[in-house]
Structure formats: C-alpha cells, structure tokens
Ligand binder design. Sequence first.
Ligand code: SF4
Length: 124
Amino acid sequence: MPRFAPLRTLKTSKLKTPRLPPKVKAKMAQGMGKLRRFALTTVKEEYIARMQRLRQGACLRCGLCCKLFFECPFLQNLPGGSSRCRIHGRKPDNCHFFPIDERDLRDRDSLGAPVPCGYSFRKA
Ligand code: SF4
C-alpha cells in the first residue's frame, strides 16, 4: 500500500494558498519595493528621469520612507515628529529618488501614515 496518494489523485482545487495576515503582506510588499527601487535606480535611468519630471511637491520629513521593511540606521528622529538623514549628502539613489512612482507611495501609506507623503505624481 503506497504511503502517499499518487499525484494524479490530488485535487489541486483543494490546495489553497495560505492566507497571509495583512501586516505580513504589507511587509513583503515593502521588501519588494526596496528591491524594485534598487533595480530601477540601477538600470532604468530613463524611467527615473521621466518620473522625476512628473513628481511634484516636497518632502515633509516625516521619515516614513526610511522605515519601509526596516528602520534605516541613518534615520534620526527629531523632537516634534520631524526627522533627518544622517548621510543626506551621500545617501543611495534608491533613497534619493523616493518616491519613484505611485507604488512607492502605496508602500509608504501601508505604514499607516496619518498624513500623506509631501510628493505626488502628475498624470503623464
Ligand atoms: S515619506 Fe515622503 S514626505 Fe515623508 S520623508 Fe519620505 S519623501 Fe519625505
């Protein structure tokens, strides 16, 4: 008698992907966002330049983009809720160009921000 059912007898419709808690999903999206920004700033200079032309507004120094997936060790939280980057003049491109596009704003908002990012994007 076989120990396991033969593969052809398994009903794949009964194999369901486990549901992940929303916090885990958001964390995974934040990690993917970090990889996406790294890839875009490394190989997609034209896309970065185009999105920078569509970007409007200014940084409010809320520091939330520095808390995606993990809190950056160079983030300095200031009294009054503001923040600053300890390596601002030398920070990597994926930080420098944040937010690159709307996906970054969605990742940032997944942290439950009380106010939106100071940047937004005009429609192309
Ligand atoms: S989330 Fe937006 S407003 Fe806040 S620090 Fe980052 S770029 Fe600035």
